[in-house]
Ligand binder design. Structure first.
Ligand code: SF4
Length: 109
């Protein structure tokens, strides 16, 4: 095996599957008390052109529906805060950490 092929084989063995890594986390749902809320759904549908939250979220908590509504399911949220930061134009996200004992439990890193 040439040095180039060996290096390629080594690199291929280090490919990270993000979905696999996320699956190792555990999440304790605080039923009926989501720690993130969309303040006004109509703002997402009618005023927000980019709907950036739907592609910035690493856990895919936000979904752009075909009718331009945005849905949010906080189960699996990594508490990174990206959705709060990126919604600067409309400030349409109410964000707080989950209550103690709830939320993400990282199993690695
Ligand atoms: Fe997604 Fe991060 Fe917002 Fe959680 S805090 S919903 S992981 S963007």
């Amino acid at each position: 095996m040439s040095a180039v092929m060996s290096a390629a084989a080594t690199a291929a063995s280090f490919v990270v599957n993000v979905e696999e890594k996320l699956f190792q986390n555990r999440y304790k749902v605080d039923h009926g008390r989501p720690h993130i809320r969309i303040l006004d759904a109509a703002v997402c549908s009618n005023d927000c052109k980019t709907q950036s939250c739907t592609f910035v979220c690493p856990a895919s908590c936000y979904k752009a529906e075909g009718n331009r509504t945005v849905t949010l399911i906080t189960d699996g949220c990594l508490e990174c805060g990206s959705c709060r930061v990126i919604c600067t134009e409309h400030s349409n996200v109410a964000w707080e950490y989950p209550r103690g004992g709830h939320g993400i439990l990282f199993k690695f890193g």
